[in-house]
Design a protein around this ligand. Structure first.
Ligand code: CP3
Length: 349
């Protein structure tokens, strides 16, 4: 990151150790906020929310207005990429995305890579609107799902317990499945590059299902595609930091960081902070990883966990976040308490 950068999140992603650490929360916009529920109740469906620039921009800004996080993350969702490729997408209450499953080459052949930019134009307009509305200290984060995680939804047709369809395709016919991953790599680069052009200063790749693969498959379907995406984006936007979130990667976090070239890495809830300090923080800015349930519990449990996490990781480049997204049951007052706790860390420096 260029010298003279003043936004705390960009400084941390550039390698600086800051106290208090910059912070934002995955899923910081969402059902735990009454102002989100008010807008959600008025929209016909969730996809319409994501593809209406004024609404997506408003939802992006809601949590930042309340809590003054160091970053706004674009309000959108990862299955919009398969939607733009032409795969039918719906949302079922309490279940998340449901897609018409793709199982073979014919399914891949029907996807229209050329449509990504045109069909997701409202997303880029939302990015422009947010960029224009944010204060000078706040960073705008764009995002996409990683090819592997997007492919799990595309092949399983939605959420899955054991991922047997997508895994068995990948094991049985690596070349055929690889064609889907290659297409998603290209689409993801286009999608993220367009977000950066529109004003996203950082992008995060959500690889929510990275942790279900054994090492050789992790290398082929998580590390390799991520490496290509990072390299392609860095050629066009060398100064834009990229955060990777290979949820559940466990002992493979280290390979993920050193081999993909990400600037920052999102740690899931299970990564021990001491391990992150001794083995990961030397390679990238670490981001995470408070248990989202502590944000429901609140009180002394929240306070001691936040302080301990910051004590362990604040000696190096660190961005405070959760280990997964904010849960809908989270009391908004606990997020307020978290904001105060983090702000108060200055005193104990
Ligand atoms: O972080 C943010 O606030 C930005 C917006 C964002 C959403 N989804 C909004 C959303 C982001 C970054 C995502 C990422 C996402 N979406 C991931 C990766 C991160 C993760 O959680 O592992 C995944 C796997 C999805 C797919 C998805 N979308 C699921 C599984 C669900 C259902 C779960 C749920 O909470 O309902 C969604 C729906 C969704 N995405 C909602 C929101 C605010 C809830 C929709 C509603 O209001 O009903």
């Amino acid at each position: 990151m260029s010298i003279g950068q003043t936004k705390p999140l960009l400084r941390a992603l550039g390698g600086e150790a800051l106290t208090p650490p910059p912070w934002w929360l995955m899923r910081q916009a969402g059902r735990y906020l009454p102002e989100y529920r008010a807008i959600r109740a008025k929209a016909r469906d969730f996809i319409e929310l994501c593809l209406t620039p004024a609404l997506a921009a408003e939802l992006t800004l809601q949590p930042v207005r309340r809590y003054h996080m160091d970053a706004a993350i674009l309000f959108s969702d990862i299955p919009l990429v398969p939607h733009a490729l032409g795969q039918a997408l719906t949302y079922r209450e309490g279940e998340g995305p449901v897609l018409d499953p793709i199982e073979d080459f014919a399914g891949i052949a029907r996807l229209k890579l050329g449509q990504i930019k045109s069909r997701l134009e409202p997303v880029f307009e939302a990015v422009q609107r947010v960029a224009a509305a944010l204060g000078p200290e706040t960073t705008l984060i764009g995002f996409a799902g990683s090819p592997w995680t997007i492919a799990t939804y595309m092949v399983e047709g939605g959420a899955s317990k054991d991922f047997r369809r997508v895994k068995s395709w990948a094991y049985r016919d690596a070349d055929g499945f690889g064609a889907l991953i290659d297409l998603l790599v290209e689409g993801t680069v286009d999608f993220l590059a367009a977000q950066m052009t529109a004003g996203a200063e950082v992008v995060q790749l959500f690889d929510s299902w990275a942790g279900i693969l054994p090492e050789p498959a992790f290398e082929r379907w998580v590390i390799e595609p991520t490496k290509h995406i990072v390299a392609a984006l860095k050629r066009r936007f060398p100064d834009h930091p990229i955060i990777g979130f290979p949820r559940g990667a466990g002992l493979l976090y280290e390979r993920y960081i050193t081999e993909t070239g990400v600037n920052g890495v999102g740690l899931d809830t299970m990564v021990p902070a001491g391990y992150a300090r001794s083995r990961l923080q030397q390679f990238a800015t670490v981001q995470g990883n408070l248990d989202p349930v502590l944000l429901i519990a609140g009180g002394a449990a929240l306070e001691s966990a936040v302080k301990e996490l910051c004590r362990t990781l604040s000696g190096g480049p660190f961005v405070f976040n959760l280990g997964h997204g904010v849960l809908p049951e989270t009391p908004p007052a606990n997020v307020e308490a978290l904001a105060s706790l983090l702000a108060g860390l200055n005193a104990v420096k």
